[in-house]
Design a protein around this ligand. Structure first.
Ligand code: MG
Length: 176
């Protein structure tokens, strides 16, 4: 399975982590879905902790610069930005590197709200954003027992990329 020199590996793994603090009076968005809650996640963009971790996992898988380097919080351009924009840039880079997403797994760590009732909707939304089937999106939610992070939402994401076979038909057509 090991890639030879100057040869791309057939699969690549990516890992992403993110955390945001809860702030009252702002909307809560996780995985591109607005969730009913008394507080939202603070941050320069929309604070979507799950989309940020997915973005970093995708960027890491193709050894691209991380989300903070591509979309610096110091840039006013990204104030209140829809995090789907960051995800789209990461997907563009994955595609350019010659890969497609095989599957993705994630864990959310937060004390509230309960994710279970919204898990289906979040998986569908993330699947739609990534252009893959919902059964290729894993989503687990845990309470931060013993972590002392009750006012924080944390996301861990692992992603697997598979190399896209170069189209033979294209080359064959060119030869004609
Ligand atoms: Mg973030």
């Amino acid at each position: 399975m090991a890639a030879k020199k100057n040869q791309q590996p057939p699969v690549r793994i990516g890992y992403g982590f993110d955390s945001h603090e809860f702030k009252s009076g702002i909307p809560l968005k996780i995985g591109g879905v607005a969730l009913p809650h008394t507080a939202g996640l603070g941050g320069h963009s929309d604070g979507d902790v799950l989309l940020h971790a997915i973005t970093d996992a995708l960027l890491g898988a193709v050894a691209a610069p991380d989300i903070g380097s591509l979309f610096p919080p110091s840039d006013p351009k990204w104030k209140g930005a829809d995090s789907a924009v960051f995800l789209q840039e990461a997907m563009k880079r994955v595609k350019a590197a010659g890969y497609a997403i095989a599957n993705l797994d994630s864990s959310l760590v937060l004390s509230a709200p309960k994710i279970g009732p919204h898990a289906g909707e979040i998986r569908s939304r993330v699947a739609k954003l990534l252009g893959i089937a919902p059964d290729c999106i894993g989503l687990k939610a845990k309470t931060p027992e013993g972590l002392g992070t009750d006012n924080t939402a944390i996301a861990h994401v692992a992603v697997l990329l598979a190399q896209v076979a170069k189209s033979k038909t294209k080359t064959a057509r060119k030869k004609r």
